[in-house]
Design a protein around this ligand. Structure first.
Ligand code: UD1
Length: 338
């Protein structure tokens, strides 16, 4: 079974390629390397012993997208990760986000239809819920107005996919990730932010290794147990494994509707300070931090209801917060050559 993984050299994409290969799938990676490097392909091969086919291609450009599918006939399924994901940047450069994230999706959907491919797994986000009225948040929670153009691209992408599956042979699974963190146990692949990280864990590990002076904790006046904001952190390998299950579900025709959405989280909410404590506990390394004002656009608390994913997909997160913070640290040390 041949599977196209767009964004396959990226953070979640690379971990998913590893799990697909371990299950015997033949993987073709398409990535424009805008936020990753080609040596990820070699590191995947070091883990699995198999080098996936790699195509450097910008999917928002229709011609190269068409050529990609012509060069790789016989694809059974597509997993679409390729997208920009920096929330703050999306506010400053909305057109870049709409053009890339939605343009790529539309080019891809056209080729999927042309080539009669029937299965699509789409990389969505808990950002589609905004600050939910009820916690834990279920898949049927109302989709509120997106807080950023990035979030809006995820909402619109889900709508586009819903419209397409209604009138074609395509079946799709939208996986709504909560906060993926951590790295592969080999420390050969992980999150590789370009420049100064926006996300909590890369900033934390870069502080611990000495690249940053201190971690800024955005606000301690939230209505939570310690005042800092709560998220549902989930190990990237657990997220990767859910993609393999989603692909199998589609390929075996086990899906209940033509487009399904599943939350991918642990179902447990942790505060920023809980994450710092976990890191210090699992690594025995202290992290300097300072409490700052709230970060604009942050929601107070969100965590997943994972019932649907647990029972319907038959998937459950298996790694806890200490596994996540320790693996992130091992990856950061490897990057630093330690
Ligand atoms: C955001 C997006 C999410 C997106 C993800 C990927 C929203 C609501 N969420 O998640 O959709 O998929 O980015 O980029 O837009 N924090 C600090 N100090 C830091 C960094 C973060 O205290 O230096 C705190 C934040 O305030 C937040 C938590 O850590 O409470 C997690 O932040 P982050 O890792 O940036 O992820 P989200 O903002 O939750």
């Amino acid at each position: 079974m041949k599977i196209l993984v767009t964004g396959g050299t990226g953070y979640i994409g690379s971990h998913t390629v590893v799990e697909l290969q371990k299950k015997g799938y033949e993987v073709v990676i398409a990535d424009n390397l805008s936020n990753s490097t080609a040596d990820v392909v070699d590191n995947i091969a070091r883990i699995t012993g198999i080098k996936p086919a790699f195509e450097k291609v910008d999917l928002s450009d229709p011609e190269p997208c068409r050529d990609l599918f012509n060069r790789h006939p016989g694809l059974a399924s597509v997993i679409h990760f390729a997208a920009f994901k920096a929330v703050g940047e999306s506010v400053l450069e909305p057109l870049k986000y709409y053009h890339n994230n939605l343009g790529s999706l539309m080019n891809l959907l056209r080729e999927i239809e042309t080539h009669g491919i029937r299965n699509l797994v789409f990389s969505s986000s808990c950002t589609v819920y905004g600050q939910p009225d009820e916690l834990p948040v279920t898949e049927s929670a109302p989709i509120k107005k997106a807080a950023s153009p990035y979030g809006n691209t995820k909402q619109i992408a889900e709508e586009i996919i819903n419209d397409i599956v209604a009138v074609t042979e395509l079946r799709a699974i939208m996986l709504r990730y909560f906060n993926p963190i951590g790295a592969h146990e080999s420390a050969l692949i992980g999150e590789l932010p370009l420049g100064i990280p926006n996300n909590l864990v890369p900033f934390l590990t870069q502080t611990a290794i000495g690249k940053r002076d201190f971690l800024r904790v955005w606000g301690n006046d939230y209505n939570t147990h310690d005042g800092t904001a709560i998220r549902d952190y989930i190990h990237v390998v657990d997220i990767a494994l859910a993609h393999v299950i989603a692909i199998e579900r589609l390929q075996e025709g086990k899906n209940k509707t033509k487009a399904e959405a599943f939350n991918l989280g642990t179902g447990i909410g942790y505060s920023v300070l809980d994450v710092i404590k976990s890191f210090e506990r699992s690594t025995k390394v202290k992290v300097a931090y300072k409490i700052m004002d709230r970060r604009p656009g942050d929601v107070e608390k969100v965590w997943a209801d994972t019932e649907l994913a647990n029972h319907e997909l038959g998937w459950k997160a298996g790694r806890d917060l200490d596994d996540m913070t320790l693996s992130a640290w091992n990856w950061e040390k490897k990057l630093a050559g330690l």
